[in-house]
Structures are given as structure tokens and as C-alpha cells.
Design a protein around this ligand. Sequence first.
Ligand code: CA
Length: 459
Amino acid sequence: MTMIARLLCAVLLTTLGCAGVSKAQTEKRPPNLIVILVDDMGYADVGFNGCRDIPTPHIDSIAEQGVRFTSGYVTYAVCGPSRAGLITGRYQDRFGFSRNPTIDPSNPNAGVPLSEKNIAELLKPTGYRSMAVGKWHLGTHPTLRPLVRGFDEFFGFLSGGHDYRPEKLTLEDLSQVKHKWDWYRTKLLHNNERIVIDEYLTDELSNAAVDFIDRQGDKPFFLYLAYNAPHTPLQATPKYLARFDHIADKKRKTYAAMVSAVDDGVGRVLAKLNEKGFDEHTIVFFLSDNGGATNNASRNAPLRGAKGSPFEGGVRVPFAVRWTGTYPAGKTYDHPVSALDIAGTIVAEADAPIAPDKPLDGVNLTPYLTDKKTGPPHERLFWRFYDKNTLFVREGGDKLIHERNDDEAQLYDLARDIGENTNRAAANPDRTAELKRHLAAWAEQLEAPAFPGLGSWKP
Ligand code: CA
């Protein structure tokens, strides 16, 4: 409708009504949000980042129909804290989520505290319906689980990893865990009910996601689809393994099959969106929760390091977004962006209220991706690895890693040295000191860890 027609309509509305213009057409509909989060996938293990031995056509289609981030970061190099940052849009060390939490279901502090809001909680007042599918890892205590943290539905498991074979999932709940890692074998939760599944876990998660989308209509929705693949244990089915006869290495072959199962699921999710007519109403993010791990045959090349590392291989991940009709197609975006920006984007697009004392660290990416704003979305991005006494920062092309007992620190020029081979700190003392000051000022804002780590629980 043109501006003149809108004005005319506004005048006519007061006397005659304005036939043919529905409320939906005159109001901006907030977009749906789908976050497809994979686990421990390497930077180099998607086609859009150059992977050759594992086809990922459906994941690649998100980048082809949208935007590929070459410097897309998560806020931590292992699962739990990274997810806490993503789901709240705030640096997780602001609320003590500084390590992988204990699985102990009796600890009400081992997760995202009730003083923080996650994306589902932020969107709820604006009428969103939300579902979490897959790995939670944001608290196992009854006050920290998805259904009491803004999500209307949950299909998945609470801990940080899971066995993929349905016949192995025999424990009723965490009370039956007697040994470390036994929590990988709990029955899945469908809302509050423990259920028996029939299919390979990745396929079950895809089924639940597709079913949720299929049941949506005019109300906006948020789907948090957190595959645990391709995190260990390395387990795949003959259907997926059969696609990789060209890979001789058994670990890499199984990893490839696990990634391929995720890619099939992404394809089914995108097909359902299209079938429902939701393409133009839905922002779809794809990313990994941290870099590829050393134990799952993933690849982060040309990045240095892997899961757990402050080098780029720990925190720079495969990352893409699609919003059909709003974001350009086939765009490559090189300024650093963060998983924090997922919350920043949807909160802005949904016009969701934010508590003044809990400002988001994430920003709305839409003006940057549509060229309304130029320049980097973030002046700086920061990281803290509390248990390793390590801080690091990226500003422009520079990255400073400061292990706090080390006066020298490490300064890398990522624009020329993506592999972080040449430490330029000694040759650039002023720049090194400047970035150290920024790190120290940021670290002043952070809390101490609020809970013990994953290895602490003795069932
Ligand atoms: Ca992970």
C-alpha cells in the first residue's frame, strides 16, 4: 500500500471502515525464530566453509539463501557456557555460568539463574510459543528445566551429551545414575514425561522439530533445535554410514555420517517451513556451540586449536543465517558477530521488553546485514576462561590472549594470520597494553563461578 493509500485509509477508517485491509497487513508481524545449534562441529566441516568430503547441501542452503559469517563466534569454547551466552544474549560470566555445570539435579544454582531471562522468556510477553528440542545443558534442577524457563514444549535430554541408540536409553531419570556419564543413557523427556524412542536420536530430534513447525499458525514461534550431534559418542546408522564409502578413517566416516543425519534434519525443517508458507516470516540461524573437538575427527582448518582452546578453532564456528525476503541471499559477512546477537536480533525484531538492569551484550544484526549500518556490529568481543585464568579479546583484526600470569600475552593479526602463528605482542607493546586494559575493564563486570563443574558430581 502506498503512503497516500495508507493516509486515505486512516481517514476512511473513522467513518466507513477500510474494507480489504486486515489487521495483519497493517501491523508488522514479528518473525519466527529457529536456532539450529550443532555440537562440536568443526569450522571446516560444512560445505559453505569449503568442506569437501561431507556434503551438507541443506545446511549450505541457509548460507546460499542468506548470509555466511566468516568470523562468527560463540562466547565459550565448550558446550554449557556457550549455550548460556547464546540463550540469554548476555556474556554468561555476568551470572557465574563459567564452566560446564554439574549434572547434579539437587543443585538449584547449577544453570542459568532465575535472575536472567532466556530467549523464550524474553519473547513470551510478545506472544511467542517456544519449543526446545535436543540438548538442554542449562540446568537439571527442577527450577531450571525448559518448561519452567519460558518453553511451552520440550523434547530432549537435560545433560550435556547422549547416547544415540534408542535401545540403550534405559534409565528412568537422573536418580538412576550410578556412575559418571550414565546420564547419557536416560530416557528422553517429552515435556515432563519420560518416553521410549524408536529411531536414531538425531532423527527423533528432527521429527520433533518438524512436528512442532507443522502445528504452528499465525502466532510467532521460537524453535531451539539443539542437536547433540556430532558430539561424542561417535555413533551412526547404516543408512548414513553408507554415504561415506569414500572415507577410510573410521572415526571421520562415523563423524561424517552424524553430520549427514543433521543435514537431512535441517532439510526437513526447511522443507516444512516452505510448505507452511513461513519462509519470509522466519529467521533461521545455524551454528555450532564451539569449535570441532579433538575426539570426534572434526576439522577446524585453517584455524588453530579446537574445542576448549582460546585460539580461533575453539570459538570461531560455522555460522549462517537466513531471513527470506529481508536478508540478502548469498552474502558473505566478514565483521565479527557473536552467538549473543541471536537474542539481540530477535528481541529487536519482536520489540520484546528488556529489563534495564539486564542489557543484552548481543546486537540486532538486521541493519548490518541489510546495509542500513556499516562498520562492525561490535567494537570488541570478549572471552573469559575462568578455570584456565585466561582472558581474550578481538577488536578489528587484532586478537589479544592474556593468560593472567603471563605478562607478555599474545597478540595476533587475524586479517593476515588466521592460523595465529606469529605473536606480535613484543613488537607492539602499546597495542598490547591497550587491549589488556579493555580486557581488565570488562573482567571487572563479571561474577565468580556460581556452581561446581561437570566432573564434581558423585552420584
Ligand atoms: Ca559442544
